[in-house]
Design a protein around this ligand. Sequence first.
Ligand code: IPE
Ligand code: IPE
Ligand code: MG
Length: 246
Amino acid sequence: VSTAPATKAVAGQGSKGPRHVAIIMDGNGRWAKRRHLPRIAGHRKGIEAARTVVRAAGELGIEVLTLYAFSSENWRRPADEVSDLMGLLRRFIVTDIDELSESGVRLRIIGNYRALAPDIVQLIDNACAKTAQNSRTTLVIALNYGSHAELAGVARSLAERARDGLLDPAVIDEDMIAGELDTGDLPPPDLLIRTSGEKRLSNFLLWQLAYSEFLFVDTLWPDFGANDLAAACEQFSARERRFGGL
Ligand code: IPE
Ligand code: IPE
Ligand code: MG
């Protein structure tokens, strides 16, 4: 599969490009509906878009790309759609991991992926282990991820340690909480993109997005390409971030 290289390498140039881009990949269903196709056709096309965007992120010098693939609320969808999504996830890991690894991608998962089918958990653990030493791009896939569940997990684990006498509650600070999140060792997203025109977070990275720049685009995820990512990075570069200062 060959694609044109992503336009200008904005992100890698100077210090103004985003190091970490997080994307809420939304609009697969509407993409399919417009074509009178079943929703799974939109999800299939959405995986192609994800593939393209991962490649483009590497070319743009983005260090971390986080993709929201399945939320802890997506179990509310009809069982056949959930099972289609899991099938596509399986296939993606099997077919893409070698190429990802060869292009220097390190795979990380956030979310409670251990609650997925045992064979998927195994595939994921193998894929993460296989790519653990890569350092060009970190691809973080959010699977069965929900920010509220993640934060509740942090609270539970700190409380257990305090109960067992291993942690003095007085030392719990913002850095400790950030470090206990699934994203513990990753920088927070500089830029959040949501496709398909929806303007909400849907329980995604609530803590981590505290000072991120937000970009909501109308493009449906299956239509999102390398040029859209490059354009998003350019828009990001034009923003002024203040972090509460002047
Ligand atoms: C995003 O597309 C993919 C997942 C949430 C898994 P949707 O399936 O949400 O597409 P729309 O929002 O129905 O168009
Ligand atoms: C958010 O999209 C989750 C993912 C993209 C995986 P949804 O389509 O599930 O979000 P809502 O239901 O419109 O808020
Ligand atoms: Mg949606």
